[in-house]
Design a protein around this ligand. Sequence first.
Ligand SMILES: *[C@@H]1O[C@H](CO)[C@@H](O)[C@H](O)[C@H]1NC(C)=O
Ligand SMILES: *[C@@H]1O[C@H](CO)[C@@H](O)[C@H](O)[C@H]1NC(C)=O
Ligand SMILES: *[C@@H]1O[C@H](CO)[C@@H](O)[C@H](O)[C@H]1NC(C)=O
Ligand SMILES: *[C@@H]1O[C@H](CO)[C@@H](O)[C@H](O)[C@H]1NC(C)=O
Ligand SMILES: *[C@@H]1O[C@H](CO)[C@@H](O)[C@H](O)[C@H]1NC(C)=O
Length: 408
Amino acid sequence: MGRFLANFCRLLCFCFLFFSFVSGARELADDRQHAMEMRPLMPTSKSTPLITNQGPGSQLAQNQSKDRSLVSLPFGGPKLSLQPIGADNYVVTVGFGTPKRDLTLMFDTGSATTWIQCKPCINCYELEEPIFDPSQSSTFSNSSEQYTQKYHDKSYASGYFAHDALTMDTYEVKDFEFLCAHNTGGFFGEVAGLLGIGLSDNSLISQTFLNFLQLFCYCLPPTENSSGFLVFGITAATTCLPQFGTPLISDPDGYNRYFVNLVGITIGNKTLQISSNDASSLRNTIIDSGTRISRLPPSVYSELRSSFNKLMSKYPVAPNSSLLDTCYNLQGYDQSSIIPSMILHFDNSVELNLDHNSVVLSETDYKVCLAFAEDTETIIGSYQQRNVNVLYDIVDKTVGFSAGSCGN
Ligand SMILES: *[C@@H]1O[C@H](CO)[C@@H](O)[C@H](O)[C@H]1NC(C)=O
Ligand SMILES: *[C@@H]1O[C@H](CO)[C@@H](O)[C@H](O)[C@H]1NC(C)=O
Ligand SMILES: *[C@@H]1O[C@H](CO)[C@@H](O)[C@H](O)[C@H]1NC(C)=O
Ligand SMILES: *[C@@H]1O[C@H](CO)[C@@H](O)[C@H](O)[C@H]1NC(C)=O
Ligand SMILES: *[C@@H]1O[C@H](CO)[C@@H](O)[C@H](O)[C@H]1NC(C)=O
């Protein structure tokens, strides 16, 4: 609790400093290549001129944004709905350009470049919604800086960096830098692009630093029919009620991912013995929205599996399912009273509690499999993050978990 108060005070102080020294910040912002200018959007409607007058296109708003005047700075931060797509991915809807075009983007904590498919598309996959046409946006500007974003699964997006307005909820990020992709390939399904919330100098998180304080939180929806959220800034702190967090470690491979130190695992009432060898691989645990099933080093996984098997020894085993090799047939049993819960322990005594729904994956109504797998990398996957509020505080370099507020 002390830590929470300290963090909250830090935020208040930060805001106070920010508002007090906004003119200084403004000069600083003008120097920064990716500095953002933000203003709240009022609802606009052609049939109600009174509102249109206060809208983003009005003289007043334009003058304010030119001045970057204090009153135009929004307090809070955007809240976006996060929808599941397929088993493994989540999408958000944001607006690009002026007038804004709503586009559905894949949400990714594991990369930092935000891109959309842009006309002219030389080699793009088909979309149901029309591909973004820069010539239709009055605020678009192009650069000649070429870039290819590659992903682990050999997917890629290639094009030129560009700037345009990015609208998230009712907030408009002016001059947002993103990749306008003219060539794409791989596994992006039906999405128009990708929203990268990993860390880098020109990531969304860095570009919105002055307004959203490098503070964001998400809650991954627990079922295909529920929706989660992605929220930035002060709104992230008020929505996700920060506990104290575990330290974020910089990515040892120099990518843009979020690493933490996993120090222990409890299943049922047993805490696994972790060798010093394994401890060093757990020290580089990735929190990833793009991997579904959490991964553990082979010997840790094997100890987890045997503890799980011990606790489940009274029940009939079921065949393996691809990645998952520890399955049971629980037909006729009450799963919630049988399946053990787990606790993942992180540095700084931070715990992620997993109830039976996150410990096993239900293949059918009665077949359940331990929802962990072995790998060379240690990863906290999206399945174990469902319905958890995961709050990232990049300034404080921490990530905290609290009971999710996006359940059904
Ligand atoms: C906006 O600025 C222009 C000149 O820059 C001025 O003529 C106009 O009155 C201003 N409008 C408002 C609403 O302040
Ligand atoms: C951006 O500029 C490059 C060349 O500098 C060009 O090939 C590309 O088509 C341009 N993109 C858009 C969307 O105008
Ligand atoms: C989700 O909704 C669809 C359509 O309404 C339904 O068929 C399906 O059973 C639901 N799934 C869950 C897990 O509730
Ligand atoms: C842990 O669980 C085992 C098996 O269910 C039980 O025998 C033991 O009493 C428990 N220990 C504690 C400390 O709860
Ligand atoms: C499942 O896979 C594990 C590990 O590969 C193996 O030990 C086990 O025998 C398999 N179980 C079944 C039912 O195939």
